[in-house]
Design a protein around this ligand. Sequence first.
Ligand code: ADP
Ligand code: ZN
Ligand code: ZN
Length: 738
Amino acid sequence: MYANIIIDISHEKVDKLFQYKIPPALFHQVETGVQVWIPFGAGNQKRKGYVVELTKKAEYDPQRIKEIIGIVEGSVTAETQLIQLAWWMKERYGSTMNQALKTVLPVKQKVRQKEKRDLVCLLTKQDLQSALEEANKKGYQARARLLKAFSDNPVVPYTVAVNQMNLTMATIKPMVEKQMVSLESETLYRNPSISQKHEGKLVVLNDQQEMIVQDFISRYDRQIRETSLIYGITGSGKTEVYLEMIDHVLNQNKQVIVLIPEIALTYQTVLRFYRRFGNQVSVINSKMSAGERYDQFERARTAQVKIMIGPRSALFTPFPSLGLIIMDEEHEGAYKSELSPRYHAREVAEKLSCMNLASLVLGSATPSLEAFSMGLKGRFRLYRLTRRAKENSQIAKVQVVDLREELKAGNKSIFSQALKEAMEERLKHGQQTMLFLNRRGYASFVSCRSCGQALKCPHCDVTLTLHRGDHLKCHYCGYEISMPQRCPSCGSPYIAGFGTGTQKIEYLTKRLFPEARVLRMDLDTTSKKGGHEEILSSFAEGGSDILIGTQMIVKGHDFPNVTLVGVLAADLSLYSSDFRCGERTFQLLTQAAGRAGRDKQSGTVIIQTYNPDHYSISCAASQDYESFYHKEMAFREVLRYPPVSQLLSVMMAGKEEEVLNQAAAQIHQWVLSMAEGRQVELIGPTEATIYKVNDIYRKILYLKQENYGILIDIKNRLEDLSPKAPWFSQVMIQYDFA
Ligand code: ADP
Ligand code: ZN
Ligand code: ZN
């Protein structure tokens, strides 16, 4: 037996593996992640290294491979765990160990020892109030943002001010000069009196919230470690529940990871954690430099900070004693990595909490089918929050508009009569409107403007994808037809590729309401650093009447003055070649509806659609998650999609179509023989949704089977067989568990 060892445990050096023999006496102790003593280099200096992989295969002449000296005693470190986690991810998702290590280990890069600084408010409560009023009056928006933050917490970390609040020195410097603010290095003020200045509980939990917190605490104290799912409608107070759970776990001297999808990781959200836990909180996001992230991770390693908030990569925070992982908006697609290893943060979080004897708490208003079915089965502890938490806060009224009827009535505009009138009303009363376009699957499908049917595959119940404007294809089974002249269901000639961009909607809105102040938020307008935050705060401060946007505008924001949400074409996300499109549509619509009337004013949601009867739309309109769940689950059952069955896709890619076809045929052959007698359903190999990308052709083979282990076994055997095939150097293979 041999062990592959890394000496320098940092992201950049993981390729440098050194192979050592495992002496028989150590067979039982050497495993992945263990730290060992090895003789290194020409002088055989004794050094420490981490075991990354065990193998039977000698990389070079076995005579010349040195032996491990011994195990480093008491050496279970955060790295040990991360390496074990990397190993698990490699096995589970199919990637190289190298890719897996690069995913979990931090990029070691010191920040130029820029001291960590904070902005500290020097004003009394009264002065702060008048300064805020003055800033608002004079239109100093950036200054007002900082002052408003100070009214919640007198200490704002400099990085938060710059990255999340979008402030620059041009705003901060004059405030320092006027002695409103001081900019202090953290070591200076990091004394107990300030760091304990957080305000503790700000709300009294209602009975539903209290019940969950008490149940969690009592089980945690009885050492029960498990996964729970909080299914709570939008605004039901999930975050307050998390805060209490975190508080309890911190008191046990443990640390906490809080996952929040990047898109919802706004200043508003983060502030609630700062307010409660002060400097114990740290945040990472994808805009940070490698050095900044490394710095945050180092602070976590030494438990200087005890709560790490961030997107899925925050999972790899090297806390010494992790006690709890919270995963908010558990259903979010962004929790799945699109880079190899293609891991899902929910599954990695489960694994990680097991390894650490920590608990995992998932939360969502629209849980993934995976999580909710686990909840119903009792595998996860299921909690419900069924009411809005804030007093007087009402659930929005939802109206569904049938666009087929609008067309019949001669209205060809993108605004239905009802939406147009509702928008006029809001403008008249100085209230705000959000227009939401769920653009996923944009223009790639064909639908009928008379009957609303999208053209679907007869075998798979997914939408056919339009290719080069003239033929239609199913990406799950390869079924193909040429573009029909008339709608197959009603015979209408009005069928076409479907879709409208946000820019066009902005133009049409301005044309319809020339006096309205319109703001657009999409990838184009938010690409610069802080653009996202800037648009949202401008809208929150009343800087415009109408905000137009894609999914970005519906996540994690509280706009008290928004009383109307218009969904322009709810069907847009319904037709894509992804079997989860119904689920996504329901989630987006429910979330959009949750934006209206979060405060005392009641809100209205208008959903425009060609398919008012589709359950993803009708259940969202009646805000009935559980009906949706059962209908969608029935669909998954019939077609054996996850979570009913497991789905493994094997993606093969290559420059030479001919070679790719050979590889696909061979892999298909192998899988057929491996699958024999094991009830594996095969689909394909078929061309990928986008067959050719950058001159590389891609084919996919799908495998369905309820038993995950069988799919993993097939994957492992394919990984073993492929390198021996003649085409191996020309075809890249990627595994993806849906
Ligand atoms: P969710 O995370 O479920 O969307 P939040 O935790 O953000 O819900 O709560 C929604 C709003 O209700 C917030 O403004 C929050 O401060 C408030 N809130 C939460 N719990 C309570 C409570 N028990 N009493 C009063 N207000 C509450
Ligand atoms: Zn039709
Ligand atoms: Zn099909």
